[in-house]
Design a protein around this ligand. Structure first.
Ligand code: G
Ligand code: G
Ligand code: MN
Ligand code: NA
Length: 253
């Protein structure tokens, strides 16, 4: 388990990194978007994924530090990203506890005021279990972001204590089907039914729908067949550093 103090040190010693994972449009096979995923080049443990340290039990203040670091790093990467062929948007994971802070909003507003990246080129990925309280502050902030054109994605859909009433109250623009369903959709009939229902729900609510955890050609094709909008997963590409992404992209698109 990671000590919050170590995370603070990681920031100070420049050990954090962002890996970008492509999201492909299933209609034309073009990669237009990228999810930003936090990584830590740990001096002893090697490369750590976010799930190895971005755990629910990190204190909010530490999560906020990480979230602010991510925004700063995106400001640095924005120019290169926008030069990628067919570039449309990046997706940023953020916890509700960070999003509601004045610091995060200030930094986010500076990012979009900087002109390197437009509000409609950013999607924020939020997870449903953080909205249980039905917090009015969160709602106001999300509505304001949507008005500016920022995309809002409901990440890991189906795994939290999902409540469909979230769609009533919160202005999401995208639904992200959790990888636990996508991965098993061709081996488990229930998973397939869930994936289909998520796609159907998204269409009816006029949301974009993306499936994550696409690990095979068969699943990719099946999602196309089900009219899922986009896909993300190891079959398309693993998360990778910006430099690698630039050359990967030149070959893919
Ligand atoms: O990349 P990995 O599989 O380790 O991601 C694990 C989890 O960590 C995912 O749910 C992802 O949304 C989350 N995560 C990755 N990067 C960030 C980040 O910058 N901020 C937050 N809040 N969560 C992140
Ligand atoms: O919770 P969140 O959706 O943000 O998690 C994203 C994480 O899922 C990424 O960090 C990435 O490492 C992982 N991931 C991405 N594609 C795949 C995949 O095809 N299979 C599996 N098992 N994990 C994936
Ligand atoms: Mn995510
Ligand atoms: Na997810």
């Amino acid at each position: 388990k990671v000590n919050p103090i170590d995370v603070e040190e990681a920031i100070e010693h420049n050990q954090l990194d962002i890996f970008y994972q492509p999201q492909v449009n299933l209609r034309d096979g073009v990669v237009t978007s990228y999810e930003c995923l936090l990584r830590w080049h740990h001096p002893e443990l090697g490369l750590l994924s976010a799930h190895q340290f971005m755990l629910a039990d990190l204190p909010d203040i530490t999560k906020l530090r990480l979230s602010l670091w991510v925004l700063d790093r995106i400001a640095e990467d924005a120019e290169s990203l926008s030069e990628l062929p067919h570039f449309k948007s990046i997706s940023i994971n953020v916890s509700a506890s960070s999003l509601v802070t004045p610091e995060y909003q200030f930094r986010f507003n500076s990012l979009i005021a900087g002109k390197l990246i437009a509000p409609n080129q950013i999607t924020l990925e939020l997870i449903e279990r953080e909205f249980l309280e039905g917090n009015q502050d969160v709602l106001d902030i999300l509505v304001n972001l949507r008005i500016k054109g920022v995309g809002l994605s409901l990440d890991d859909f189906g795994t939290g204590y999902s409540s469909l009433s979230l769609f009533h109250t919160l202005p999401f623009s995208e639904l992200k089907v959790d990888k636990s369903f996508t991965k098993t959709m061709l081996s488990n009939a229930q998973s397939l039914n869930i994936v289909r229902s998520c796609i159907d729900l998204a269409k009816r609510m006029e949301l974009k729908v993306i499936a994550e955890g696409v690990e095979s050609h068969e699943i990719y094709e099946h999602l196309q067949h089900e009219w899922c909008d986009s896909a993300q997963g190891f079959y398309i590409a693993k998360p990778m550093p910006l430099e690698t992404l630039m050359s990967w992209n030149a070959n893919f698109n």
